[in-house]
Design a binder for this molecule. Structure first.
Ligand code: 5GP
Ligand code: ZN
Length: 116
């Protein structure tokens, strides 16, 4: 199965075709600093496999996707975050702009209760 999508910005970053600040990497995931940070610490947890949205995870991928629950605490330690927020935007109505699945990790300031 094709793991990369040719015109995908995150696939290009994984292949080092374009630059990003990579702050974490393992077999299945990598994490970068968001280019347009919405908080003092704004990181993206990205599976190396090109999966367009949260709705597009295959049955076979679910075990690997536990990374979304393992990696945030590693980043929190690395960036000294006492607390943080995670967000996955899905589809245009959910505010998704890049169609390669990713989880935002936001911290370094007091996050407000309003998720809107
Ligand atoms: P989405 O709206 O799809 O959930 O979030 C996409 C995020 O990717 C945005 O916060 C945007 O700033 C970030 N982003 C888009 N292009 C790039 C890029 O080339 N490099 C980095 N580091 N972040 C990017
Ligand atoms: Zn991709």
């Amino acid at each position: 199965m094709e793991q990369f999508s040719k015109n995908c910005i995150f696939c290009k970053i994984i292949r080092h075709d374009i630059h990003a600040d990579i702050v974490y990497e393992d077999n299945d995931f990598f994490c970068i600093k968001d280019i347009n940070p919405k908080a003092p610490v704004h990181l993206l947890i990205i599976p190396k496999k090109h999966i367009a949205t949260l709705n597009d995870i295959d049955e076979d991928d679910f075990l690997v996707m536990t990374g979304f629950f393992k990696i945030p605490k590693l980043l929190a330690k690395q960036f000294n975050l006492a607390g943080y927020r995670t967000v996955i935007n899905v589809n245009p109505e959910g505010g998704q702009e890049v169609y390669h699945l990713h989880m935002h990790v936001l911290g370094g300031r007091q996050m407000k209760g309003d998720l809107g």
